[in-house]
Design a protein around this ligand. Sequence first.
Ligand code: CA
Length: 222
Amino acid sequence: MRILLVEDDELIGTTLRADLERAGFAVDWARDGVEGEYLGREEPCDAVVLDLGLPGRSGLEVLRHWRAEDNRVPVLILTARDGWQEKVDGFKAGADDYLGKPFHVQELVARLIALIRRASGGNVGSLEAAGLKLDEDTQTVRLGDGRELQLTGTEFRLLRYFMLHPGKVLSKSRLTEHVYDNDSDKDSNVIEVYVRRLRQKLGEDLIQTRRGQGYVFGGEAS
Ligand code: CA
């Protein structure tokens, strides 16, 4: 899953990006409000972490512009610790959640995952689909027969995206966009390699190929 991070503080941004990547997200980082607004409009991200005090354009303005364009991407705003007024303004502007600085990154990750699941219509809790259970903390998957398998970072990101969209036709380019960040070398052929690996690990029938369309995870396309 792909996160847009809009944060002008170099130290916080560097740390957050590394933490989010470790948690299995692909991260695009914008350092000012203008770039952040642009990326949020043009890039298909699954959630946004938005600082409010930004050079160029404030986080609240950025958020208002997105919502005015009917961009519904889940947005978590970063506020000052006791900034109740910021929270109120943020929710009025269309924020989905907030976190006061300083915060624990585990809480940020948990909130982002909950936001993304809610937005994709899934359950909040552990991620289960097609008889598999995905553990976000250890990046392992439990199979129907109880076996637990370790996944690499890319396998984890790809499987999580599949499990959030069971029964849907997902094109290779869509998968690539949500599994890799902006800076990575995007090659949709790589998706084929990782789909093959997931099939080898989890069973050949789990991910079906739709010629010319993409892949369907866990059963028939609806
Ligand atoms: Ca700031």
